[in-house]
Design a binder for this molecule. Structure first.
Ligand SMILES: Cc1ncc(COP(=O)(O)O)c(C=O)c1O
Length: 443
């Protein structure tokens, strides 16, 4: 009897998926005043759908060939030795930071050690420091770049400071020459949170590759997406092994899911106080988690990585267009600033409403939102004002004045690749209208 060929069925499914993409997911044309101008969003085509469907049809489910392909591609994009895929940017920060406390490190961080980090931050950039029992030392940010103010780093030092956790805010790049020299001079570990900065460069080199570890998020708002997802990357082989272990239950074994005996001595190890030959698959050298994504997520990520160079170029182009068009409002709006050697792959377009007698940040963002231009605040603002963090054990340098300004006066709008020039025209028109109304009425 004729046995149906699954490859033929797969081809039919592919044809239907392409048809489905055309019918269901083609972006609708932009209608000014009716369509929302989002601050971020997924940008994809039939390729991501096909890869996701293929992965479902393979039904491997847990990390497998797509996970490996993704890690390889991202490794070569970033120019790093290791990429470890995890299920979110928050998980990436968690395992990256926790790796610095591992007993497998020569000089592990200890509870109550101090860690320098900015007060303007994302909660899960800071959370791993607190959750691991270390003490954050908060430094203010610079207005305009919204990155940690490097001139205040010396003031944050103490004999207990052993590490720095530094985000590249909204894709803008911190002065990595300064930061790396500072870390080296004081023997500090450096973790770069690059969740908002995939593709950003400092002096031609990828952000996230200057420190010991870099982290990424693949949540839909970010530069590429797999729904939920993230990654840790590093050039340090020991840290890579520890991060993988922490992601995978803390185990000592480094076999891929579904694979056994990669080390060729699965029953030949003598570790801890275990009997000789205890199955290596069940030996735990770290106190870990399970933070793996599925292969279906990784498959979608493979499709997204193909588009990454185009996404980065579009983000830069959109930022430039907004920057030029909004110049006329610099009396009221502080536009983004970046350093000469920074080549940011922007996450968003930050704006601080200067103190003025005519309008506040909230009035402006309300007007934009009412007119279908999405806005976002700069994450947690001064995180020490947040209910969850106001009573944590910490030190701070100075009064964190700029962080409060960010909390009260800063917001950002989108530059993501789904934003077309006619949307930018519309967004700028809304700024023009609002500022004209406010300042004319008052005059
Ligand atoms: C700087 C930064 N770090 C970490 C994260 C956390 O990433 P995720 O949402 O994938 O957990 C985000 C999320 O937007 C972020 O902006």
């Amino acid at each position: 009897m004729h046995k149906p060929d699954p490859r033929v069925t797969r081809d039919k499914i592919h044809a239907l998926v392409k048809e489905y993409y055309q019918q269901a997911h083609q972006p609708a044309p932009f209608v000014a005043g009716e369509s929302k101008v989002h601050y971020a969003g997924r940008v994809f085509d039939e390729q991501e759908l096909l890869l996701g469907v293929d992965s479902v049809l393979d039904f491997w489910l847990t990390l497998g060939s797509y996970g490996q392909a993704f890690e390889e591609k991202l490794k070569s994009y970033l120019g790093v030795r290791d990429v470890i895929l995890v299920n979110s940017g928050s998980s990436a920060n968690l395992v990256a930071f926790a790796s610095l406390l591992s007993p497998e490190m020569e000089r592990p961080l200890q509870r109550n050690d101090e860690v320098i980090t900015p007060a303007v931050t994302f909660p899960s950039t800071l959370a791993p420091i607190v959750l691991n029992g270390l003490v954050p030392v908060f430094v203010d940010c610079e207005l305009g770049t919204y990155n940690i103010d490097c001139s205040q780093l010396e003031g944050a030092l103490s004999p207990k400071v052993k590490a720095m956790v530094i985000p590249h805010t909204l894709g803008n790049v911190v002065d990595m020459d300064y930061l790396r020299d500072f870390a080296q001079a004081h023997s500090l570990y450096l973790l770069e949170d690059t969740c908002d900065a995939l593709g950003s460069k400092w002096n031609g080199r990828m952000a996230g590759t200057f420190g010991d570890l870099g982290t990424l998020s693949f949540y839909p708002a970010h530069h590429i997406t797999m729904g939920e997802g993230g990654a840790v990357f590093t050039n340090n082989g020991r840290l890579a092994k520890i991060v993988r272990s922490l992601r995978d239950w803390g185990r000592d074994c480094w076999c891929e899911p579904g694979v056994s005996n990669t080390c060729q001595k699965r029953f030949g190890w003598q570790l801890g106080d275990l009997p000789f030959g205890y199955d290596h698959k069940y030996v735990y050298s770290n106190i870990g988690y399970n933070l793996k994504p599925t292969d279906i997520q990784a498959a979608i990520g493979v499709g997204q990585l193909e588009k990454l160079p185009m996404f980065v170029a579009k983000r830069k182009e959109n930022l430039k267009a907004l920057f030029h068009r909004l110049q006329k409002h610099v009396e009221y709006l502080l536009l983004p600033k970046w350093l000469d050697r920074a080549d940011p792959s922007w996450f968003g377009f930050p704006i601080t409403v200067r103190e003025n007698p005519y309008f506040t940040r909230n009035e402006l963002t309300n007007y934009l939102e009412q007119n279908k231009v999405e806005t976002r605040l700069l994450f947690a603002g001064n995180i020490l004002r947040q209910p969850a963090y106001r009573n944590i054990q910490r030190r701070a340098v100075g009064d964190l004045r700029n962080s409060d300004t960010v909390m009260n006066q800063t917001f950002f709008i989108g530059v993501y690749p789904g934003i077309e020039m006619k949307m930018i025209d519309y967004v700028c028109e809304m700024f023009d209208q609002f500022i004209h109304k406010k300042t004319r009425r008052a005059a």
